[in-house]
Structures are given as structure tokens and as C-alpha cells.
Design a protein around this ligand. Structure first.
Ligand SMILES: [Zn+2]
Length: 163
């Protein structure tokens, strides 16, 4: 799946896979393209840290003038999905971002993992790890559904911007 933003990070193009994915997930024909093009990229993200992270990633590609690849997780229930964002600068400050799946594997059964349901904390929007209130440690968790977890970006993922 690919999208292109202009110099102000307004989405100016998406590829046909967005509509195909919308149709697959929600049924029907899917009209995702029409609801994405013309809108700020950040309007589709939650959490200030994630917005700042993506803004910095796009600007890094513009400033360096080279394609950058950032790994991230895009898990679905029962499956860990290891993905990559391929960020390529284009003319006039435009940037193309392609998302690709690298590896999918079965999620670890929940009982072996950190229990987060009764607690508050943060989830890294890039690697899906969780940090609980009062802890400095980012831990694996396949529990996707705790809405008390606030979206954040962990230090490891933030540092990946500068490698
Ligand atoms: Zn992370």
C-alpha cells in the first residue's frame, strides 16, 4: 500500500490497494481513496508522539534526499505482523510512503505475556510494545484491545529515525 503527501503533508495520492483493503475489511466496494486524498496525513493518526514521529521521518527523507526504511509492527488479533515503511523523497517536497509486510507470525498466547488489562500505560505505535505506569521498561504484549493504553513512541523506535 502506498500514499504520497505534498510538502505540507497533505495526502495527494494513494494506490488502489487502499480501496481493495477497505473492501476486504468492511465489505462493499470500498471508497477509501476518496476519503483520504486531500486530507492532512496526521488526521489519520492518534497520539502526539506518533504524529511527531511520522512528521520527523518524512522530513528526514526530504532533508537527506534519500529513501529511508523504518520497521514497525502492524499486529492484528492472533498475529504479529512485522512491516516496513519505505519513505522516498520526490520533487517539490512531496514524499512517497510505501508500506510492506515483511513477516507474519502467530501471536504468543496471552497467558505468557504481560497482563495489561487492569493497568494504565502506553503502547508504542511503531513496535507495539507496552510500558506500564511506574515502569521505564517497554515489554512485549499481544493484547491489542486495552483502550487505557495511550499511544506513544518508545525510545528505540525514536532512535531508528537517526540511524
Ligand atoms: Zn517502539
Amino acid at each position: 500500500m502506498m500514499y504520497e503527501v505534498d510538502a505540507q503533508n497533505i495526502v495527494v495520492d494513494v494506490d488502489g490497494e487502499w480501496d481493495a483493503e477497505a473492501a476486504r475489511v468492511k465489505g462493499g466496494s470500498g471508497a477509501m481513496r476518496a476519503s483520504i486524498v486531500g486530507h492532512p496525513l496526521e488526521s489519520f493518526m492518534t497520539g502526539d508522539a506518533t504524529k511527531m514521529f511520522v512528521r520527523a521521518a518524512l522530513d528526514a527523507a526530504r532533508v537527506l534526499g534519500e529513501t529511508r526504511v523504518l520497521p514497525y509492527r502492524c499486529d492484528v488479533p492472533g498475529e504479529r505482523r512485522y512491516c516496513e515503511m519505505v519513505i522516498s523523497p520526490l520533487a517539490n517536497g512531496h514524499v512517497k510512503v510505501a508500506h510492506r509486510l515483511v513477516l507474519a507470525e502467530a501471536a504468543v498466547p496471552r497467558r505468557q505475556l504481560l497482563k495489561v488489562r487492569a493497568m494504565a500505560g502506553w503502547r508504542c505505535s511503531q513496535c507495539c510494545r507496552v510500558r506500564l505506569t511506574g515502569s521505564d521498561e517497554w515489554l512485549e504484549s499481544d493484547d491489542q484491545f486495552d483502550t487505557r493504553l495511550v499511544s506513544d513512541v518508545c525510545q528505540d523506535c525514536a532512535k531508528a529515525l537517526f540511524i
